[in-house]
Design a protein around this ligand. Structure first.
Ligand code: NDP
Length: 249
């Protein structure tokens, strides 16, 4: 396999399923050696690695909970030792715990913030000097339309996803002099396990909000990420919507 990322190492958090899996496959297709991070589902991560290897690419799975600072430091050290310096980081791992604030438990608040917000810092921090010393690269954080618009019952999640945009806008300023471009991708509603809790009525209501009248596929997010990290030499501090035409303002 050869491509724009030939010889580069890409770390995809939450690369075992859904959008992260599609991104891992896409970047491997461009020649990157992909570190597939996961939290619990080792079989799914191993499946992604096999799929990449089966197509002639290179990948390895790494367990770490992104909300655990020490585990992320150890993971990045292992990735660099095994595969080489990380030049592409996709902060994709994320979780939900939907409930109105009136009913939300402290744990439901903290789990989402610790994974979706602290995870950005925990993984980016150890990657940052490695990427800078290697000559630069790309950091892409997966935000959400919910971080741009807010949504009933998703205050914890929306807060975390707007934080991802703040993270990207500030970090892009730090990254410029190290040749590190930092961007966010804000998907709309994408067909993954994360949406498995939606019932038929909720799905039907959602369709009325989406101009294209359907949910997105993980591959439709992955191709945008691929564009940013392979072609986006003059793109940093930006937020890209991939939402089938949902109004964000
Ligand atoms: P899935 O639930 O399908 O997959 C989640 C992935 O994240 C899995 O690989 C999971 O690992 C991993 N993960 C979850 N928590 C942690 C953690 N604490 N540490 C490490 N890995 C973790 O989600 P999606 O693919 O749908 O979502 C991916 C990203 O895209 C998330 O940030 C999400 O918020 C965002 N997004 C999703 C949208 C959608 O409609 N699906 C829309 C907008 C944004 P494991 O397999 O081990 O559980």
């Amino acid at each position: 396999m050869a491509g724009a990322l030939d010889g580069q190492v890409a770390l995809v958090t939450g690369g075992s399923r859904g959008i992260g899996r599609a991104i891992a496959l896409e970047l491997a297709g461009q020649g990157a050696a992909v570190a597939v991070n996961y939290r619990a589902n080792a079989d799914a991560a191993a499946g992604v690695v096999s799929e990449i290897e089966g197509a002639g690419g290179s990948a390895r799975a790494y367990q770490a909970d992104v909300s655990d600072t020490a585990a992320c430091e150890a993971m990045v050290e292992a990735v660099v030792n095994d595969l080489g310096p990380v030049r592409v980081l996709i902060n994709n791992a994320g979780t939900t715990a939907d409930r109105t604030v009136a009913r939300m438990t402290p744990e439901e608040w903290h789990t989402v913030i610790e994974t979706n917000v602290n995870g950005l810092y925990n993984v980016t921090k150890p990657v940052w000097p490695v990427m800078g010393e290697a000559g630069g690269g790309h950091v892409v954080c997966i935000s959400s339309i919910v971080g741009e618009t807010g949504r009933l019952g998703l205050v914890n999640y929306g807060t975390s996803k707007e934080a991802a945009i703040g993270f990207v806008r500030g970090l892009a300023r730090e990254g410029a002099r190290f040749h590190i471009n930092v961007n966010a991708v804000a998907p709309g509603f994408i067909e993954t396990d994360m949406l498995s809790g939606l019932n038929e009525q909720q799905r039907e209501n959602l369709m009325g909000e989406i101009l294209l009248g359907r949910l997105g596929e993980p591959e439709e997010v992955a191709s945008l990420v691929r564009y940013i990290v392979t072609e986006g030499t003059y793109i940093t501090g930006s937020v890209f919507n991939v939402n089938g035409g949902m109004f964000v303002h």
